[in-house]
Design a protein around this ligand. Structure first.
Ligand code: FES
Length: 80
């Protein structure tokens, strides 16, 4: 699974860095480092939906506050 987080300027302002940190620590905690690849991307042109996070080709709108529930509900569910 590839998770791509937009680090363009608009998404950066909305907290993409802290989302990356949260996802990294959750991945570590669950020992999923070999199953999940975290990537950064430049602006994908959907700033209004930021922070734009993709699981493979599916787009989600995530904020630092929803990063944990995103991980539980979308990421873990797909790996179950
Ligand atoms: S900066 Fe993330 S979509 Fe534009």
């Amino acid at each position: 699974m590839v998770i791509t987080i937009c680090i363009g300027s608009s998404c950066h302002l909305k907290g993409s860095r802290s989302i990356i940190q949260k996802l990294e620590s959750r991945i570590k905690e669950k020992g999923l480092g070999d199953k999940i690849e975290l990537n950064g991307s430049f602006c994908t042109g959907q700033c209004a939906k930021g922070v734009c996070v993709k699981i493979d080709d599916e787009l989600f709108s995530v904020s630092p506050e929803t990063a944990d529930s995103f991980f539980d509900n979308e990421v873990l569910r797909r790996l179950a």
